[in-house]
Design a protein around this ligand. Structure first.
Ligand code: EPU
Length: 442
């Protein structure tokens, strides 16, 4: 059974102005769009700047709500971060005495837990608020803690905080696989502690996501010794100190995938520039299966569709499998495909909050366990819908772009966590979309 959206969605933060998107569907998107830097690379990279006293510079950092949250956490930890005119963020450590990532910040963004590893590596102590679940189900951190324990860290849970002492930090061996595969931020956390631990660390079943590779390359640029980057077996030889570095993170493969689906769902033709085609293979292969024409060059991918969309099955898996962060967007597209598609969620079995909202737009979807059976329909009908999380909001916007009539997507602050100027980019491709103040606002 799907939980009612109102039960599952976190209370509306009063401090954030509520906006909504008003979309008039029916325009086939055409043109070129440039994707921003990967949110899920930038967040751990910013956390990694805790590992050195030297200044660091991360280039092309997108203006996103999650980035602002990470900067506030770093500020609480004594780091001064400045956004430069060219879009980079320059960091400088002012004071290394604080080791606490407070509840008020961590509760708004789970990726905040990424400061645990660097705090233990450099400051040897940490008090990090325990991140809770989220709207798409339980999100444990047991593997993060298992990895830290293998490095000799003493851990306890007190008053909702992970309280950790790494005075005996040393290299160790660990297997970081859980019931749903490897862990992305867990691998990042352990890696960031291990680079400054004495001796060798072996991380088996490490996550291979491009964002984890990106972090490892940044750490190497800071002087860390890591072998096996991009594979499930990472070997780290601890060093005593890391130095500052300047780094350009990878483009956002989820934003790129979202624009490709925007072309597919509207029957348009969009070229996505400044992306990595090799990071998008699972997505482009499914778009081809759905009847789209895909072309690519060294740093671009285009997607075009003329005929009807065809049903196809999707199973989310750890990288290089199909990304769970694109599941909702593809489901929106499959709502309009000829035939029946089965979408199987193998990373977050509960990540289906978008179904009930898509149903308000005339989609026909049946959920069974971790599967959604999508019966294609001729058309979607515009409706007022409510965004429940970042990727679900993207799915609703995509559905709105093709639905008949007007769709209003409320609570787009979810979208602002991970997509920079989404409505402007879509507008430039021809979409009729506007951001408006919502009546829900105080
Ligand atoms: N898991 C455990 N134990 C752990 C950690 C994870 O059992 O200690 C399970 C999770 O419950 C899940 C699976 O392992 O079933 C994978 O979770 P993972 O730890 O890899 O997720 P994460 O690191 O918390 C990152 C992204 C998510 C993305 C997932 C999966 C960041 C900041 N977040 O989360 O991105 O969905 O990996 O690819 O990198 C998003 O951007 O919208 C988003 C949610």
């Amino acid at each position: 059974m799907l939980r009612a959206l109102s039960d599952a969605v976190a209370p509306v933060p009063r401090s954030i102005a509520l906006d909504k998107f008003v979309i008039h569907g029916g325009v086939a998107l055409r043109g070129e769009v440039e994707v921003g830097t990967a949110k899920n690379s930038v967040l751990p990279l910013l956390a990694a700047t805790l590992l050195t006293r030297d200044p660091c510079r991360i280039l092309d950092v997108p203006r996103l709500r999650d980035v602002d949250t990470m900067l506030r956490i770093l500020e609480a930890l004594g780091i001064e971060a400045r956004r430069e005119e060219d879009g980079s963020i320059a960091t400088h450590v002012r004071d290394e005495s604080s080791v606490e990532a407070p509840y008020e910040l961590v509760k708004t963004m789970r990726a905040s837990v990424c400061v645990l590893g660097p705090l233990l590596g450099r400051r040897r102590r940490a008090r990090v608020s325990f991140p809770g679940g989220c709207v798409f189900g339980p999100r444990p951190v047991d593997l993060h803690l298992k990895g830290m324990r293998a490095l000799g860290v003493d851990l306890d849970l007190e008053g909702g905080y992970i309280v950790a002492d790494a005075s005996r930090l040393r290299g160790g061996e660990m297997y970081l696989g859980g019931p749903f595969g490897s862990t992305v931020t867990g691998t990042a956390n352990v890696l960031m502690a291990a680079v400054l631990a004495e001796g060798e660390t072996l991380i088996d079943m490490a996550a291979c996501e491009p964002e984890v590779q990106d972090l490892a390359l940044f750490l190497v640029a800071m002087g860390a010794k890591i072998e096996g980057i991009g594979t499930p077996t990472l070997r780290v030889t601890g060093v005593t100190e890391l130095h500052g570095a300047t780094y350009r993170p990878i483009p956002d493969r989820i934003e790129a995938g979202t624009f490709l689906v925007a072309a597919a769902i509207t029957g348009g033709n969009v070229r996505v520039n400044r992306c990595r085609p090799d990071h998008l293979r699972a997505a482009t292969e499914r778009l081809i299966a759905a009847g789209c024409r895909i072309e690519s060059g060294p740093d671009w991918v285009s997607c075009a569709r003329r005929g009807r969309l065809q049903a196809c099955d999707i199973t989310t898996l750890p990288y290089p499998g199909f990304a769970t962060d694109l599941q909702a967007q593809f489901m929106a597209m499959l709502c309009l495909a000829d035939g029946v598609s089965v979408v199987t969620e193998k990373i977050y079995p509960e990540r289906f909050m978008h179904i009930s909202e898509l149903e308000r737009m005339r989609a026909r979807i049946r959920k069974e366990g971790n599967c959604a059976i999508v019966h294609g329909t001729d058309y979607l009908s515009g409706a007022p819908v409510l965004a429940s999380d970042l990727r679900a909001s993207a799915a609703l916007v995509l559905a709105g772009l093709v639905a008949e009539g007007e769709t209003t997507v409320r609570r787009v602050y979810h979208m602002d966590r991970g997509y920079e100027r989404m409505e402007k980019k879509l507008e430039a491709l021809g979409a009729r979309i506007a951001r408006e103040k919502d009546v829900e606002a105080d």
